[in-house]
Design a protein around this ligand. Structure first.
Ligand SMILES: [Zn+2]
Length: 146
C-alpha cells in the first residue's frame, strides 16, 4: 500500500443543515442568522490516493460518498462528502473559502447570512457548472437569448 492518511479535521457550525437547493441538488443552509466574518466550516487533511491505487483490486471508494481534490498529477485527497461539498455556486455569494491549499477548506461568511438562506460561494468550476441558477442580477453565466 502506497497511500497514506493525513489526519482529518472536520468542524461545521451547528447552524448549518443540508436541504434541497433551488440552485442545484443539495445545498447548505443556515438555520439561524450568521454574522459576517464568522467561520462556517473547516476541513483539513484526508485520505491521499494515487491514480494507480484506484484499481478494482485495490482501493474502491463509493464516489457518491467522498469528495476528491487534486493535489498533484495523479495524486488526490479524499474526504467524506459533508457540508463543504454541498456549497453551491453563486455569482453574488455570501461565503468564501479562505484556505490557500487543496487539502483544506475554510468557509467564512462574507456578509450576514439570514436564517433559511442558502450558503453560496463564487468558485469557478466549468466542468460541473452548466447553467448558473443563482438569480443574481450580477450573474456572469446568464443565458444569452437567440
Ligand atoms: Zn450566477
Amino acid at each position: 500500500m502506497n497511500y497514506q492518511t493525513e489526519p482529518i479535521t472536520m468542524w461545521f457550525d451547528r447552524r448549518l443543515v443540508l436541504r434541497m437547493s433551488p440552485i442545484h441538488g443539495i445545498g447548505t443552509f443556515a438555520t439561524h442568522d450568521i454574522d459576517a466574518g464568522e467561520l462556517l466550516m473547516l476541513v483539513t487533511g484526508g485520505l491521499i490516493v494515487r491514480a494507480e491505487d484506484r484499481q478494482p483490486d485495490k482501493l474502491q471508494l463509493a464516489a457518491e460518498m467522498y469528495n476528491q481534490e487534486t493535489l498533484a498529477e495523479n495524486v488526490f485527497i479524499v474526504t467524506p462528502k459533508l457540508f463543504h461539498y454541498y456549497i453551491n455556486h453563486s455569482c453574488e455569494p455570501n461565503a468564501i473559502d479562505i484556505s490557500r491549499c487543496a487539502n483544506s477548506t475554510q468557509y467564512v461568511a462574507l456578509r450576514q447570512i439570514r436564517a433559511n438562506e442558502e450558503v453560496t460561494a463564487d468558485y469557478y468550476d466549468e466542468t460541473t457548472l452548466e447553467v448558473c441558477l443563482c438569480k443574481s442580477p450580477r450573474c456572469r453565466w446568464s443565458i444569452v437569448s437567440h
